[in-house]
Design a protein around this ligand. Structure first.
Ligand SMILES: Cc1cc2nc3c(=O)[nH]c(=O)nc-3n(C[C@H](O)[C@H](O)[C@H](O)COP(=O)(O)O)c2cc1C
Ligand SMILES: *[C@@H]1O[C@H](CO)[C@@H](O)[C@H](O)[C@H]1NC(C)=O
Ligand SMILES: *[C@@H]1O[C@H](CO)[C@@H](O)[C@H](O)[C@H]1NC(C)=O
Length: 387
């Protein structure tokens, strides 16, 4: 008995670090082997093969509170899950007998040239993933020729992020309509002076952030966002007077608001449900865009359309491009990849680039603008979810 106890104790002492068990949250199985990982330690960057792998790596290395801050979404996360799952209701239609020896992902976004039709979406507090925070995202976007639009709720200043970019690198900047008008004026002036070329003006959580239960549990009450709750067309007009930079409303969720933006003369709109973090049960980008095609098709040709929400793979991007979207944002994946710093974000961009390049060739297209509705079947969504 004593011997058995001693023997067990010795065995336990000699045992290597207990294999990490991570709840994969229902993400697609990619063969990622976490059995050799140590909790709180970065795994090997070259083991990251799927954009989703970075989420598991971040979950392993970040404190629970920091991970939850990135991962959280509103209420029962119906929209968060729908963003991830809606892609499976769309089929890609590909064509053969075509020369696809010259695939290029290059495109223009608001008139500026970029290497990819996908970009790093604004997400607050990148510093919770890495001490260099947003600087890594700016640098990785720079080396890859991708668009990055930092959040106004960043852990680095407007000027620091601008300075991290490469010479000539084009970046846009996200902004909110603050209740404090002096802050709006001050920040818009600084954004322009720092060289950012456009504003993604987030309008889907004016006055209030979402009810994010995971974050409430880890960080306590949400508190006042400082956003102007009285934001309407009059305050929008006043806000537009504050800058000469082009403004792109971000967080369009209905065809009616999309049409309104066309009427108001915006050069582009950004379809988004904020990664499911604001109004739970808001529709996904696919549904919103199909609704626009049905009820206000003039929007799709009258301005540039950007979109995000649950984009994790080249195929997700293809589906949005085929619906007439000009550029597709990714929010969480770059934030998670940033636990590895700049090389992590670069690897993420490279993985998505390689997926998309391969898939464009498999589709029978050479450039993003070749894609159109002949390349997708969206009947399931149209028949089941459209108004
Ligand atoms: C951690 C986090 C912070 C975010 N912060 C902002 C923000 O400050 N401003 C904003 O317009 N959108 C913000 N978003 C929303 C993103 O811009 C984007 O719409 C969303 O993340 C896309 O969904 P995805 O994460 O599934 O890619 C944030 C998203 C996350 C995950
Ligand atoms: C409003 O913004 C200005 C400029 O950023 C700042 O100096 C001031 O303290 C802010 N006022 C309030 C009440 O927060
Ligand atoms: C915007 O500025 C113009 C020109 O200065 C002015 O005529 C107009 O009243 C302003 N509009 C708002 C809503 O502030």
């Amino acid at each position: 008995m004593l011997f058995t106890t001693l023997f067990t104790a010795l065995l336990l002492a000699a045992r290597p670090a207990i294999a990490v068990e991570i709840d994969m949250e229902g993400l697609p199985e990619t063969g990622l082997d976490t059995s050799t990982w140590t909790t709180g330690t970065l795994p090997t960057l070259t083991d990251m093969w799927s954009p989703n792998d970075f989420q598991i790596a971040a979950k392993n290395v970040l404190t629970k509170k920091k991970y939850v801050g990135f991962r959280t979404a509103a209420v029962d996360e119906i929209t968060y899950q729908a963003n991830l799952n809606m892609w499976q209701y769309v089929r890609l239609l590909s064509y053969t007998f075509r020369d696809v020896s010259h695939v290029s992902l290059k495109t223009s976004i608001l008139g500026y040239n970029f290497n990819f039709p996908f970009f790093i979406a604004p997400a607050a507090n990148a510093g919770n993933a890495h001490p260099d925070g947003e600087l890594n995202l700016a640098r990785a976007a720079g080396t890859r020729g991708a668009l990055y639009a930092p959040s106004i709720s960043a852990t680095k200043s407007i000027e620091e992020i601008a300075a991290a970019g490469a010479a000539g690198q084009i970046m846009f900047h996200q902004h909110y309509v603050w209740a404090n008008q002096s802050q709006n004026i001050d920040e818009l002036n600084r954004i322009k002076a720092a060289g950012f070329k456009a504003i993604f003006l987030t309008i889907d959580n004016t006055g209030i952030g979402g009810v994010r239960i995971r974050s409430l549990r880890t960080t306590g009450a949400g508190g006042d966002t400082g956003h102007a709750a009285n934001f309407d067309l009059t305050s929008l007009a006043a806000y537009r007077n504050l800058t000469t930079l082009p403004i792109v409303p971000k967080g369009i969720r209905t065809w009616q608001d999309a049409k309104k933006c066309l009427e108001l003369g915006f050069p582009a709109i950004y379809i988004s449900n904020h990664g499911g973090r604001t109004l739970d049960s808001a529709p996904t980008a696919l549904e919103i865009i199909l609704d626009i095609w049905k009820h206000a098709p003039e929007v799709m040709t009258g301005l540039e359309v950007y979109a995000d929400g649950g984009v994790r793979h080249g195929t997700d991007i293809l589906k949005l491009l085929a619906l007439g979207v000009r550029a597709v944002g990714m929010g969480r994946p770059p934030m998670f990849a940033n636990v590895f710093g700049q090389p992590g974000v670069e690897r993420l961009l490279d993985l998505v680039r390689d997926e998309l390049t391969t898939e464009m060739a498999l589709m029978g297209v050479n450039v993003p603008t070749d894609l159109n509705k002949d390349y997708i079947n969206t009947k399931y969504i149209e028949n089941n979810w459209l108004n």
